[in-house]
Design a protein around this ligand. Sequence first.
Ligand SMILES: [Zn+2]
Length: 165
Amino acid sequence: MTAFHWHDHHFINRQAALDFANMVVWRGQSGREQDRGRSPENLAAWAAFGDLPSPVSSVDRCVEVREAIDGFFRAGTGWPLLVSLYAETLNRDRDPFLSTILHQAMALAFSPDAKRVRVCGNCGWLFIDRTRNANKRWCIAGLCGSRTKARRYYARKKQQLSAST
Ligand SMILES: [Zn+2]
């Protein structure tokens, strides 16, 4: 099985914890959700691309950690779980991949950027909104913003069409 081809834009945050959560795209959108982190090959390729240590833990463990990170930054839930995963990883797992990511999750949680984590209105990715007005709606405006606009445009066209026929 060949690994998924990761690109720069899969690391939009330059923040390992959030970029790790973004291995899932269109999260929660039925029929569309894609999880690119469900194979050891994809995880290893992602780690290499992001200049992180190679994962040692199982895919299931990586997914467990990733979902805890996502839950906390997306919905503000699961703080005790995140803390305990961090403690376990430091004490037992000795997986530099997961401990690096969990360390970055902790660092972000205690930084002012924590309040600036947003969910993209199109693809569902987590991103840090560094705009002055804190009103950024899409992870990458040129990609997700324009796709959303195009969808609205076509929906409007379709409506006009059905209204005139
Ligand atoms: Zn997006």
